[in-house]
Design a binder for this molecule. Structure first.
Ligand SMILES: [Zn+2]
Length: 211
């Protein structure tokens, strides 16, 4: 059996039985390094208090930072323009326009929620030794970290970001509304089916209400 790199298909070695055409996939050192490098590029991780320069997809330069106060934490659909938070929706559009018009600089700082990380607890309980004294569990903290991105952009561009985000939020709301409507309809249908069934009928019929 040949041991083959699953990425670049290089043969890394062989093992018994040698006449078996079946391949074992692994990853060679250089592909593994490439993969690690790629992963690290997509993990923005400035520590709290630090800033990290990044280049956004559109080529603009931005600064990533970790908001520490509640006021600085932005949610999806929010922008902070020159430090003032606003929620992107068509109802807030005029307000945002007026605010932008009132700022004297032509270029302004605009921040948005860039990404989030959350820690996944790895189970260490099963490996705990018996003689370990019982540990007092620390109260769970909110382990997710938000990353804000701040870019400096001309006012008219900020308006574009606002509109784009507002549109996207509309779409998100639409999807959520559709989903809840669907769930509601299904619930009602289920309730109707249950009503229609006689108390004697078995639960097997539940799955096929039409027949
Ligand atoms: Zn490889």
């Amino acid at each position: 059996m040949k041991i083959t790199c699953s990425d670049c298909k290089t043969t890394l070695g062989e093992q018994t039985p040698f006449d078996d055409p079946f391949k074992i996939y692994a990853r060679c050192v250089s592909c593994l390094a490439k993969q690690k490098e790629k992963a690290s590029r997509f993990t923005p991780e400035p520590k709290p208090g630090q800033k990290k320069e990044i280049t956004l997809e559109n080529g603009m330069k931005g600064v990533l930072w970790v908001p520490e106060s509640k006021e600085e934490k932005l949610s999806l659909g929010e922008l902070a323009v020159s430090g003032k938070r606003c929620f992107c929706s068509k109802y807030e559009r005029v307000k945002c326009q007026n605010y932008l018009a009132g700022l004297k600089d032509e270029d302004v700082d605009v921040s948005f929620l860039h990404s989030m990380t959350c820690k996944i607890e790895t189970s260490s309980k099963s490996r705990k030794k018996k003689q370990d004294p019982p540990k007092i569990e620390e109260p769970k903290k909110d382990d997710s970290i938000n990353y804000n991105c701040t870019i400096r952009a001309p006012k008219h561009y900020v308006q574009l970001i606002f509109d784009d985000m507002a549109e996207r939020m509309d779409r998100v709301l639409e999807i959520l509304a559709e989903a809840s409507l669907k769930a509601c309809k299904e619930d009602r249908q289920k309730a109707n089916t249950n009503d229609a069934l006689s108390p004697m009928s078995g639960s097997k019929e539940l799955g096929n209400p039409i027949s």
